[in-house]
Ligand binder design. Structure first.
Ligand code: GUN
Ligand code: ZN
Length: 431
């Protein structure tokens, strides 16, 4: 018989979308999660599972919250070393800080070093899955997938394609973007837990020819994700309309080149026109909300509640290093604050859902990760709800478990991550 592991404590159970049904996400006290051969094989009251699996090794978590590992729906691992760079808005920030750092990934050894460091930071923060951009260099994609493979993590990534409005050493061509992306897709997609995402950076850095080439590749491989950026800053949108004078709006620059679809993941999506919202809803595309980035780079306030009401698929993302944190706790806190500024108080269950099942849905990984349920891959994060003196004194006054969870969402960081499990294997951090 294979080794069984039993985690007991409060368990976050996800049955559906809490934006549609508040009861869809619940916390079950004194519950258990049984893990075997990398998967969740049983759920139920802790005592029942102890009786059913007497040989299982138990990790008793008491008042901790056992929840799915966080799923970060949009990030840039090559921006790890320049996170929190001061004083610029999007286009200047890219030119001043981002592009020079991304040029360093021409050295494969540097890419390997950063990829490993980045994924370890994610695990320290309870994030077990990420969809990441890379750089123009195919070796930066290899470095990322190899680092994820070494940690048995489910990830999505793809070569970040740019053939204009970027420095010489960060530009490819339409043909090279197609050829490199195709070769990397064939090498990595479906290998272990790796998923390839076709990745035009954003409309300003791709010519229409490159957009069409990548649209053609997506049509040949509709099983893959396509990730990019959409309507992040007002100046960026004005630039897009100059670069694509025939386009109806920003989204149309993608649609006209075969880059709009249900497996499309569009980062930011803040300043959308009604037509764009209608079209995103119609095709079932996914949006990645990047709240720490949106405040840090000065982009604006996404209308999460309004988009959720339109049943648009939404996930949560750090957007490292435009985002100012690797932590999905910090990211949920920022999402709460942005929604407050737009007049909506998101509930802890909605924030947790966005950071797990919501993101998994946007990445079309919801059958595999993003929830604690039987048959899912055992990617699990255990949260300590009293991880610092400040949080402990607050959670001691909590009216109920959700109140305690909310305090950790707002005030917690990597110290709140008690344990992380990936593919049923315990990671290095925690108790
Ligand atoms: N738009 C195009 N590239 C980027 C990037 O690297 N970060 C952010 N935040 N927005 C972008
Ligand atoms: Zn981004």
């Amino acid at each position: 018989m294979t080794q069984q592991t039993l985690l007991t404590g409060h368990v976050l159970l996800t049955h559906g979308d809490p934006f549609l049904d508040p009861d869809a996400v619940q916390i079950a006290p004194s519950h258990g999660v049984l893990i075997e051969a990398g998967h969740i094989t049983a759920l139920g009251p802790a005592d029942d599972l102890r009786a059913a699996a007497p040989d299982a090794t138990e990790h008793a978590h008491g008042d901790n919250l056992i929840m799915p590992g966080f799923v970060d729906a949009h990030a840039h691992y090559p921006q790890t070393a320049m996170i929190a760079s001061w004083g610029k808005q999007l286009i200047d920030w890219l030119n001043t800080y981002t592009f020079p750092e991304e040029a360093r990934f021409g050295d494969p050894a540097y890419a390997t070093d950063v990829a490993g460091r980045y994924l370890d930071l994610l695990l320290d923060n309870g994030t077990t899955t990420v969809a990441s951009f890379t750089t123009i260099h195919p070796s930066s994609v290899d470095a990322f997938f190899e680092a994820a493979q070494a940690r048995a993590m489910r990830v999505a990534a793809g070569k970040t394609c740019m053939d204009r409005n970027a420095p010489d050493d960060l530009r490819d061509t339409a043909q090279l973007a197609y050829d490199d992306s195709k070769a990397l897709l064939e090498k990595w997609h479906g290998v272990g837990r790796a998923e390839y995402a076709i990745t035009p950076r954003f409309s300003p850095t791709s010519t229409p020819a490159q957009m069409s080439a990548l649209g053609a590749l997506w049509a040949e491989h509709p099983e893959c994700l396509m990730q990019t950026h959409l309507s992040e800053q007002v100046d960026e949108i004005a630039w897009v309309s100059e670069l694509y004078p025939e386009a109806r709006d920003y989204l149309d620059t993608y649609e006209a080149h075969g880059l709009l679809g249900a497996r499309g993941v569009y980062g930011h999506a803040i300043h959308l026109t009604p037509r764009e919202v209608d079209r995103l809803a119609e095709v079932g595309a996914g949006l990645a909300h990047c709240p720490t980035s949106n405040t840090f780079i000065g982009s604006g306030l996404m209308d999460v509640a309004g988009l959720a009401a339109r049943r648009i698929s939404l996930g949560l993302a750090t957007d490292t290093g435009g985002g100012s944190s690797f932590s999905m706790l910090r990211t949920m806190a920022a999402a709460y604050e942005i929604a407050q500024l737009r007049g909506t108080a998101l509930h802890a269950r909605q924030l947790l859902w966005l950071a797990t099942a919501g993101s998994a849905q946007v990445l079309h990984m919801q059958e595999k990760v993003g929830a604690i349920s039987v048959g899912k891959e055992a990617d699990i994060c255990v949260l300590n709800l009293a991880s610092t003196p400040a949080i402990a004194q607050r959670s001691a006054q909590a009216r109920d478990i959700w109140d305690a969870v909310f305090a950790t969402i707002m005030m917690g960081d990597d110290r709140a991550i008690a344990q992380v499990w990936v593919s049923g294997q315990r990671q290095r951090n925690g108790i």
